[in-house]
Write a protein that binds this ligand. Structure first.
Ligand code: TXA
Ligand code: MG
Length: 337
């Protein structure tokens, strides 16, 4: 299959190109598209065969449900069995934006989209191209991140092409993703709203609106979000997280014989030698979030055996950054020295 690349201006996406992509979605095809978080691999959420194809091309386990994307808040009530007051308040405050709400599902969604669960994950992305595509398709769009399962999520169209070229109908290139990490997944079916995956909307922001919010530890036993049990965002190399950046040069010297890449902040980069990827400034963790997956992909492409990363305070977007780094580590190699 030839994958067509539709390049659009992110601020004024071409209506003609959006229509082309929407036609593919309506006919049951797969289109990767930009969102503010990461690129999604979209299909008509109501079309069983189309959604099945998503799982096939990604190599995604069938028990891991996908997020359904909508373009208008009103569509929430068609997809959810009931819309609790908290969901209305959160949608009003954070949509369009990087927040996914887990609600009881309605009858319209096929089992494959929600992996047989009685709940559904819904979000309204903050991206003109994504919203245009959903509206023009006239259907809700099921979309996981547009990467091969186990690879870091794509934050640019080139990443999608590298993973899925020849396997999907089209990729809309709308430039680099602004946030760079996936949405926050919030379970509203729990007695206390629970963050199943930290992301673009922070714990502190949710607490500010809801009062009480819980975080699900990534080290807890049975995961409530099916995706959490799989090793995600995984670079091919082993990843070691180091608490005290000043110890990194010494750790590197002890690992002689291995090809090492370092994920560094701008403030500390001059301490290291060798393959160093600067992800951004410690003073601007939004920048670190935006560059993280691209940096992991680049180090993978350098063919490093081990990635050594600085760690970050688990506050604000730092919680999501650390969640992705911990999950990328093959073992929990966190040296809190
Ligand atoms: O930012 C994002 O959320 C991106 C963009 C494309 O929107 N999408 C994304 O999708 O990251 P994906 O499939 O890579 O991650 C969805 C996560 C998975 O961990 C999945 O298990 C969880 O959401 N999820 C989906 N439906 C769920 C449900 N009904 N209950 C609990 N967790 C659910
Ligand atoms: Mg994913």
């Amino acid at each position: 299959m030839e994958t067509i690349l539709l390049k659009v201006n992110p601020w004024r996406p071409s209506k003609r190109k959006i229509q082309t992509a929407a036609g593919i979605i309506r006919r049951g095809g797969l289109v990767a598209f930009p969102t503010e978080t990461v690129y999604g691999l979209g299909a008509n959420a109501l079309d069983v065969e189309a959604v099945e194809k998503i799982f096939e091309v990604k190599g995604r386990p069938l028990d891991n449900p996908v997020i359904v994307h909508i373009a208008k808040k009103e569509e929430l009530k068609k997809l959810a069995k009931e819309v609790p007051e908290k969901a209305k308040i959160l949608a009003e405050r954070f949509w369009p934006g990087p927040l996914t709400l887990i609600l009881k599902k309605s009858e319209v969604l096929p089992g494959v989209t929600t992996a047989g669960l009685d709940t559904v994950a819904i979000r309204m992305p903050d991206n003109k191209t994504a919203l245009g595509l959903i509206s023009a398709s006239g259907v809700p769009i099921a979309a996981p991140s547009a990467n091969i399962s186990g690879r870091p999520s794509p934050t640019a169209a080139e990443h999608v092409m590298r993973d899925l070229n020849g396997k999907i109908d089209a990729v809309i290139d709308g430039g680099a993703a602004n946030i760079g990490l996936e949405s926050t997944v919030l379970d509203l079916t729990a007695s206390v709203p629970t963050i199943l995956r930290p992301g673009g909307v922070t714990f502190e922001e949710l607490k500010g609106v809801l009062g009480k919010v819980e975080k699900q530890s990534i080290l807890l036993g049975k995961p409530r979000s099916p995706g959490m049990k799989y090793r995600h965002y995984a670079p091919k190399a082993e990843l070691i997280l180091v608490g005290d950046a000043e110890k990194i040069p010494e750790i590197v010297s002890k690992l002689s014989g291995k090809k090492i890449g370092i994920l560094a902040t701008r403030e500390n980069a001059q301490m290291y030698s060798g393959i160093v990827e600067v992800v951004g400034s410690r003073k601007n963790l939004r920048e670190v979030a935006r560059n993280l997956f691209n940096a992991l992909r680049k180090l993978d492409e350098e063919g490093v055996d081990i990635i050594i990363s600085e760690n970050f305070e688990e506050k604000g977007i730092g919680l999501a950054i650390m969640n992705r780094l911990k999950k990328a580590a093959s073992k929990i190699n966190i040296l809190l020295c």
